[in-house]
Design a protein around this ligand. Structure first.
Ligand code: F6P
Length: 324
């Protein structure tokens, strides 16, 4: 193994720089050259890259985003695009490729690998959404949860001062991983996830608010994932109509994706990189690194892609008992 490529693809996640740094430094320690393609698959397609060295990846561990930049590229959606990317791997004498990202990134790497069989692809799961099948936790998730919790703690001050109910929308277009953990950590009155139809929960939400009011608790926080099938404004007007409360909406949005990674996100990214480099040297094949029962292991990329990771519904039910 003489030269590897790295790309960060899909949505950015705090910890991507920690992964780039660790892969580069560990590979360099094995005398492997490293190049980083810019803006994800787009950079590979356009053959736009930068040489990464031990020194060039200094001072980035604590920074959010990705120094390589990223994109939601569609270049691998076509046969022509995949051929071009494979050709650029050949032109650059790449012996192994690290892709850092979420579900879409793993799927894309798996597709591309079919066009260039001698290059092993190593997936490093980084996404704020925590919805990558084959790992118990993606790096970046912990940072996003902590960012959201910090912001909701502030919102609670206003909620309590004004006796408002706040509906706070957190990220998660398809899954409720962020909403569930954030909701538990802030002591939300109610947690809404995309996995359950919102209309079925209205009665429960109203009952929770009324029973809270009966015991003198007039304010509250409802945490809703962005993918919930009901607009926050519609939910707010139902609550205002049916209970004696004022509702405010706060959409946390992209602030959850940025910012300095937490220690946990940095550590996970760094440990994924360690196992990734070990695997590419000792067992070069297409794999994604996954955290299972506290251990990081390589898992066959083919067994991962196209599968869904599901939220822990019993944790949600447990939480509803606490909040009711
Ligand atoms: O990275 C995943 C995610 O955070 C989703 O939760 C969210 O819906 C999405 O990114 C939005 O990002 P973009 O605008 O980059 O598609």
């Amino acid at each position: 193994m003489k030269k590897i490529g790295i790309a960060t693809t899909g949505g950015d996640a705090p910890g991507m720089n920690a992964a780039i740094r660790a892969i580069t430094r560990l590979a360099s320690a094995h005398d492997i050259d490293v190049i980083g393609f810019e803006a994800g698959w787009d950079g590979l397609f356009a053959n736009r890259y930068q040489k990464l060295t031990k020194r060039s990846v200094g001072g980035i561990l604590h920074q959010g985003g990705t120094i390589l930049r990223t994109s939601r590229s569609k270049v691998l959606h076509t046969e022509e695009g995949r051929e071009k990317c494979a050709e650029n791997l050949l032109i650059n004498d790449i012996d192994g490729f690290f892709v850092i990202g979420g579900n879409g990134s793993m799927m894309a790497a798996n597709l591309l690998s079919q066009h260039i069989s001698h290059v092993p692809f190593i997936g490093i799961p980084g996404s704020i959404d925590n919805d990558v099948f084959g790992t118990d936790e993606t790096f970046g998730f912990d940072s996003a949860v902590n960012t959201a919790v910090g912001q909701i703690d502030k919102i609670r001050d206003t909620a309590q001062s004004h006796d408002h109910i706040f509906i706070t929308e957190v990220m998660g277009r398809k899954h409720g991983f962020i909403a569930l953990d954030v909701g538990i950590a802030v002591g939300a009155s109610y947690i809404l996830v995309p996995e359950e139809p919102a209309a079925d929960q209205i009665d429960d939400i109203l009952a929770t608010i009324r029973s809270n009011q009966d015991v003198g608790k007039k304010s509250g926080i409802i945490v809703a994932a962005e993918g919930v099938d009901m607009d926050c404004r519609d939910l707010a007007s139902v609550i205002e109509r049916q209970t004696d409360t004022t509702v405010r909406i706060n959409i946390l949005g992209y602030s959850q994706r940025g910012g300095s990674p937490t220690a946990r996100s940095r550590l996970l990214a760094t440990l994924y990189a360690k196992e990734g480099v070990r695997q590419i040297l000792e067992n070069p094949s297409n794999q994604m690194m996954g955290l299972t029962k506290g251990e990081i292991v390589g898992r066959n990329l083919d067994d991962i892609v196209g599968k869904e990771r599901v939220i822990n519904m019993s944790r949600l039910q447990y939480y509803r008992v606490l909040a009711s």
